[in-house]
Design a protein around this ligand. Structure first.
Ligand code: ATP
Ligand code: MG
Length: 760
């Protein structure tokens, strides 16, 4: 019925924390004389509601809820909203829009299991860390019929479906937030809704089953989240012209493969390893010579084997079933498990020193034996690959022996590569199974579940890439919610005092500029045979110190001013992680294996190089094969992602975690506030309120409401009809703007007209 109504997301500026805060207090002029209650910040940073007793001069006396009475400076008070606004489901409705009021409103709702709140066009989701009664078929049905109006992932997904059909434009649901904030769960909830509404062909069951597979292979227990995704994911779900799901395609980003060979105390490697060890049926155990998780060095090092409330053996059965559903045959499944076992056994291979130059040789023990058997190669070849390197020096081919640390690196690199290739191969198989093929006729909805901004005590190459991606996504967010809006106002000639905002283009330039940007300099240094993390850090300081987003630090570190705050990166390991070398000896070993998967992996590694690898022997030092650096490849992926997202109508969900303990019923104000600031939730509300988020063309408006007019205006042009309607209904002049082609309304205005229309 309301298909003529166009409500679009509104503007959002990204500003530095300080000016953001300043702007906040400015937005709502405040006179305490009219106020009954205000927010007062306690020394611990939390805000508390104070009842105003008296005010004189610039001092007020307030009483807090615990009965304490305080004399405070008026400027330290922040206005609180009247009680009737407690728990409004859109922050836009708050009369006073400030940080404590927003925090309080979200907490008020959270305490009643209302974990979803709108912030203008953005959906805020606070992780309940417990089962909340908000999901399932009854709810899906209710949202579909629009019987429930409260904010929900279902509601935003419903909007996406409707807009896809109505506008014939692809849609995207972009989910962001810190680790443990609930992105992956939210993505699954959205998929559930899509499957329920667009199901029928059966392919939706397959699509849902990709979740347990990808989580088994790509998620791990970390200190922040028992089920942390260690990769980014975009799933594009295709619909036929009749609105039914016809297929899907998954793209993944930057799997954290270092976890396979190294992980911190109290964390785990990828779930699938523990699941396999715990759940493999006896025949498989025998074939793969499987031991318990405790018997594998890679799994033993972090001293953590189980997750509270999770039965790995049971999970393994779920994964096997899911593999069946996405048509990965039993034989392939067994090959996959063999590769997993090979990775585990690789970690158990040890070395002995064989000469007085510290050169080593792999020990012929069960580790070496099982790896050779599992990947299908000769034991001697494996031994040689792990302890020597073929090189070309001048015109001579020589074989260099490896030292212990070089040999361990070679072994770990092989394990990481096998795992990463396995992951990619699985995604490829899944995509084949979900492929739309000839049926691809309609539209799509993409769901992006990607790591949020990260800032730890020590930040490395992974954080560098992740934060760069977030900087790009933030720009996308800005663009859509802010720039495009303003441009539309200006284009339509309406009176719109331009709102200043600091966009993050400068920071993006710092990363992307050539030849003197972070990524280019990193790649350049990575190709120098003598480049080290230290020379890289020095080069950054030398070339970028004048950049306002950059600051060189001591001890080969540097700081970037991200939109969400400053992050200091330690360059240790940057070059190696960026080069991500697998020596050609290892690739050749894989290609000579009798098992199918290693062969596929090897050919994949070779074709990924941007220049063909010419022969087995290469120049000493530097890269063995001229493959793309990790950062460059990631940048390429990111650009493609942005391109794809640009052509869609975006819907944003910001996930928030209320505490760091993964515990229900704990809401830490400081933590929530910091996340709200990082993802610009407060800004988006402010700008949305000051703009004109609802708009309609003169024609549509006249057509839709013209019949309500008391005078007959049938002969008049749409603009005149529109103006007559506005007058008849006493819509206040400050509540709308008349553009060249459209009418623009402030939030809520169109509601009056709609009510009248529906009653008539
Ligand atoms: P990461 O970036 O580490 O992958 P994430 O944002 O994807 O984190 P999730 O794995 O989705 O976080 O959520 C972490 C945990 O929080 C879940 O395993 C689940 O226990 C809980 N959780 C999240 N959302 C919900 C929800 N809507 N209802 C109940 N529990 C939830
Ligand atoms: Mg996740």
């Amino acid at each position: 019925a309301d298909e003529d109504l166009e409500t679009v997301p509104m503007s959002f500026p990204s500003v530095s924390m300080s000016s953001r805060e300043r702007r906040w207090s400015d937005t709502t002029p405040y006179s305490s004389k009219k106020k009954l209650q205000s927010w007062f910040q306690l020394p611990n940073g939390n805000w508390e509601l104070g009842k105003m007793i008296t005010t004189s001069g610039n001092e007020s006396i307030i009483s807090l809820s615990d009965g304490k009475v305080l004399k405070v400076k008026e400027e330290s008070l922040v206005p609180a909203n009247p009680d009737i606004l407690d728990g409004v489901d859109d922050l836009m409705q708050l009369s006073y829009l400030n940080e404590p009021s927003v925090l309080y409103n979200l907490q008020y709702r959270y305490n009643q299991n209302m974990i979803y709140t709108k912030a203008g066009p953005v959906l805020v989701a606070i992780n309940p860390f417990k089962k909340v009664p908000l999901y399932g078929n009854d709810y899906i049905e209710a949202y579909k019929r629009k019987a429930i109006e409260s904010p929900h992932v279902y509601a935003i997904t419903d909007t996406a479906i409707r807009e896809m059909i109505r506008d014939e434009v692809n849609q995207s649901i972009i989910i962001s937030g810190e680790s443990g904030a609930g992105k992956t769960e939210t993505a699954k909830i959205a998929m559930q809704y899509l499957a329920a509404l667009g199901g029928g062909s059966g392919i939706e069951h397959e699509i849902l089953k990709t979740n347990p597979i990808l989580e088994a292979f790509g998620n791990a227990k970390t200190l922040r989240n028992d089920n942390s995704s260690r990769f980014g994911k975009l799933i594009e779900i295709h619909f036929s012209e009749t609105g039914k799901i016809s297929g899907a395609n998954i793209q993944t980003f930057l799997l954290e493969k270092s976890r396979v060979v190294q992980c911190n105390e109290g964390e785990r490697s990828y779930h699938i390893f523990y699941q396999l060890c715990a759940g493999a049926p006896p025949s498989l155990r025998g074939k793969l010579n499987l031991q318990n998780a405790e018997d594998y060095k890679y799994l033993r090092q972090s001293n953590c084997y189980s997750i509270t409330g999770i039965n790995d053996a049971e999970e393994f059965r779920t994964v096997m079933e899911a593999l069946d559903v996405v048509h990965i045959g039993k034989e392939d499944q067994e090959n996959v498990f063999a590769m997993l076992a090979a990775v585990l056994w690789l970690g158990n291979i040890s070395f002995t020193v064989i000469d007085n130059e510290n050169h080593v040789q792999a020990v012929e023990d069960e580790g070496l034996f099982h790896v050779a058997k599992l990947i299908g190669c000769d034991i001697e070849d494996l031994k040689l690959t792990l302890s020597t390197r073929k090189m070309k020096v001048g015109n001579d081919n020589i074989v260099q022996k490896l030292t212990l640390s070089q040999a361990i690196d070679a072994r770990d690199a092989l394990a990481k590569s096998i795992y990463a290739c396995l992951f990619d191969w699985l995604v490829e198989q899944i995509n084949k199974s979900l492929a739309v093929g000839k049926r691809r006729t309609g539209r799509s909805i993409s769901i992006l579940d990607i790591y949020g901004f990260e800032s730890f005590n020590r930040n490395s190459f992974e954080q560098f890439c992740i934060n760069y991606a977030n900087e790009r996504l933030q720009q996308h967010f800005n663009r859509h919610l802010f720039k495009l809006e303003q441009e539309e106002y200006i284009q339509d000639g309406i009176d719109w005092a331009k709102v200043e905002f600091e966009d993050n283009q400068d920071c993006l330039n710092l990363f992307e500029k050539r030849p003197l940007g972070l990524l280019s300099l990193l790649d350049e240094e990575s190709t120098f045979p003598n480049g080290t993390d230290k020379t890289f850090a020095n080069k950054l300081k030398q070339h970028l110190n004048s950049n306002s987003c950059f600051k060189g630090e001591r001890d080969q570190a540097f700081t970037v001013h991200h939109y969400a705050g400053q992050v200091t990166y330690d360059t240790t390991g940057f070059l190696e992680k960026n080069r991500d070398l697998l020596h050609l000896d290892s690739i050749q070993l894989l290609s000579s294996c009798t098992c199918p998967l290693p062969q596929i992996f090897a050919s994949h590694m070779l074709t990924q190089s941007d220049k063909p690898v010419v022969g087995p022997l290469h120049k000493s030092g530097g890269a063995d094969s001229q493959k793309l650096s990790v950062a460059t490849k990631f940048k390429g992926q990111l650009f493609l992602l942005m391109q794809r997202l640009e052509s869609t109508t975006p819907h944003f969900i910001r996930c928030i975690k209320p505490n760091n303990l993964q515990s229900p019923e704990s809401y830490e104000q400081g933590l929530v506030l910091q996340q709200l600031r990082c993802c610009g939730v407060l800004e988006v509300v402010r700008i949305s309120r000051s703009g004109f988020p609802t708009r309609m063309s003169h024609q549509k408006f006249a057509r839709r409401y013209g019949f309500l007019l008391l005078d007959n205006v049938a002969s008049q042009d749409p603009l005149s009809v529109s103006v007559a309607i506005l007058h008849q209904f006493n819509i206040l002049p400050e509540m709308y703007q008349v553009g060249y082609t459209k009418l623009f309304f402030r939030t809520g205005q169109i509601g009056v007209l709609e009510d009248t229309r529906n009653r008539t």
